[in-house]
Design a protein around this ligand. Structure first.
Ligand SMILES: C[S@@+](CC[C@H](N)C(=O)[O-])C[C@H]1O[C@@H](n2cnc3c(N)ncnc32)[C@H](O)[C@@H]1O
Length: 286
């Protein structure tokens, strides 16, 4: 579909849309559970404290802040000026480079760990993957992860259906986490067949069908219906959609959620899909 007729299908526009709402992004987006950072340390074979980490597509610094809290030495890379400004405001002491995951501004073998928290799907994997491995030391770890709405909860699945009905295929349900889905059975390994097939998806594009998810980490957070809707509204689908169309959805969804949850609170249910790989050993040592 031509991108000029359907803003929802325009990936470049969606990839840069976050900059228009970076304060809301920082305020309402979920973070990641402690189990994620435990898995990173395990993969590294050492504590995160003191590890050299490049956090790519760092956005407002949600993962960066958690990595910092674990005392990793983190450098953040973010292409978007609005998101980078928010990160700098929140984490003024964190080294931050305005850069692109497809061409990392680092020397070879500079890091123990490279992270993409909900950002790898915005890159071109044919470029970003070799770049990530280039800047990793031999044996270093590449971590890509996504907070996916857990569609095994009925209200989450129903909301996804309402998104699809309202926005059409670009608002399609995605990331449904039904136990037994193929990724669950995938065998973790070090070779990398991960292919980030670009897909517009719903509020956040689904990772990829052929990604070998090495860890699936369920978690939840409780928040008000209004904060939940503000989180929803910070997704690229809403940021590029016609304003009236987006607002109509949020108004209807508010009424529906307050009917379902009369105390005005929802438990957002997530599964972190984590893809851990090692720098392939056949790459030449720097
Ligand atoms: C969904 S946000 C994730 C932000 C942050 N990592 C987090 O966990 O909240 C995606 C981020 O990827 C960034 N991004 C878009 N295209 C990118 C690219 N080519 N390279 C690196 N980051 C990119 C966006 O600017 C945005 O900040």
């Amino acid at each position: 579909m031509p991108t000029d007729t359907n803003p929802l299908a325009d990936r470049t526009r969606r990839a840069t849309s976050f900059n228009t709402a970076s304060a809301n992004y920082a305020k309402y987006r979920p973070s990641y559970p402690p189990a994620l950072y435990e898995a990173l340390a395990e993969a590294l074979g050492r504590p995160l404290a003191g590890a050299r980490v490049a956090d790519i597509g760092a956005g407002t610094g949600i993962a960066t802040a958690q990595l910092r809290q674990a005392e990793a030495h983190v450098v953040a890379v973010e292409p978007g000026a609005g998101m980078a400004a928010e990160l700098h405001r929140a984490l003024p002491d964190t080294p931050l480079l305005q850069g692109d995951g497809n061409a990392l501004p680092f020397a070879d073998a500079a890091f123990d760990l490279v992270t993409f928290a909900q950002s790898f799907h915005w890159t071109d994997p044919d470029r970003s993957l070799p770049e990530a491995y280039r800047v990793l030391r031999p044996g270093g770890t590449l971590a890509r992860w996504w907070n996916i709405s857990d569609h095994s909860y009925e209200w989450v699945a129903d909301q996804a259906d309402r998104l699809k009905a309202h926005f059409g295929p670009e608002g399609a349900a995605h990331g449904a986490h039904i136990p037994g889905r193929p990724e669950t059975a995938a065998t973790p390994g070090t070779g990398d067949r991960f292919k980030a097939t670009p897909r517009p998806g719903g509020p956040d594009p689904e990772p990829v069908a052929d990604a070998r998810v090495t860890h699936r980490l369920p978690w939840s957070r409780r928040l008000t219906v209004d904060d939940h809707l503000a989180n929803l509204a910070s997704h690229s689908l809403f940021l590029v959609a016609d304003e009236e169309l987006a607002q109509d959805f949020l108004t209807g969804e508010r009424a529906e959620l307050l009917r379902l949850f009369p105390d005005g609170h929802v438990d957002e249910r997530y599964v972190v899909d984590l893809v851990l790989t090692s720098r392939p050993s056949h790459l030449p040592s720097p």
